[in-house]
Ligand binder design. Structure first.
Ligand SMILES: Nc1ncnc2c1ncn2[C@@H]1O[C@H](COP(=O)(O)OP(=O)(O)OP(=O)(O)O)[C@@H](O)[C@H]1O
Ligand SMILES: O=C(O)C1=C[C@@H](O)[C@@H](O)[C@H](O)C1
Ligand SMILES: [Mg+2]
Length: 180
């Protein structure tokens, strides 16, 4: 692609199942940057899964670890693409810290599509596990998104559903960033 910008740090935000990890890995390859996933960094430091952390310690503890891990990553020098957790921008000072450090891209995906993606792996998502059926999942996602939208909407960059492709996002970034 012509006129590629010099991307230092890129943060992906959005609901569970929005594709942050999938797209983040692709963008990291495209820009030759290390890829980091905040959930995975927390899991590595804690030595247990996100579901186990929620079950044993509760959400407040997880949110505190999430914020501390984000801070730690941001304090290290170097370039990277970071896929955040679904709730990351909505707790503590995280959104301000993301916005201050690099372009933030919101992956906006309709709730019905999120539900379809999530149903296959609901057990790995503690806040969504145990919902009896698709209607209940959609209703929970709707309610969650209604609250979180105010945070997600502050991202300066956004792609929506099928437009969240590697090529589209690279074009968005090329328009947004000063050229190297
Ligand atoms: N653009 C896409 N179109 C269709 N399916 C997708 C797309 N991107 C990701 N998926 C699928 O949706 C599921 C969720 O993707 P992914 O794990 O990347 O989302 P996430 O935003 O990182 O979720 P979480 O917040 O739970 O970490 C995966 O099964 C993935 O293969
Ligand atoms: O949407 C959320 O609040 C969460 C999403 C996941 O990425 C994990 O960070 C955790 O399961 C919480
Ligand atoms: Mg992910």
């Amino acid at each position: 692609m012509a006129s590629e910008p010099e991307l230092q740090r890129l943060y992906l935000i959005g609901m569970p199942g929005a594709g942050k990890t999938t797209l983040g890995r692709g963008l990291a390859v495209a820009y030759e940057l290390p890829f980091l996933d905040l959930d995975e960094e927390i899991v590595r430091r804690e030595g247990r899964s996100v579901a186990d952390i929620f079950a044993a310690e509760g959400e407040d503890y997880f949110r505190e670890r999430e914020a501390a891990t984000l801070r730690e990553i941001q304090q290290q020098p170097g370039r990277f693409v970071l896929a955040t957790g679904g709730g990351t921008p909505c707790f503590h000072h995280n959104l301000e810290d993301l916005l201050a450090d690099g372009p933030v891209l919101y992956l906006e995906v309709p709730v019905a599509e999120l539900a379809a993606r999530i149903l296959a792996a609901a057990a790995q998502r503690p806040l969504l596990a145990g919902l009896p059926d698709r209607a209940a999942l959609i209703s929970r996602l709707d309610e969650t998104l209604r609250y979180r939208k105010r945070f997600y909407d502050r991202a300066p960059l956004r792609c929506t559903a099928d437009a969240c492709t590697l090529d589209n996002v690279r074009r968005l970034l090329a328009q947004y960033l000063p050229l190297a």
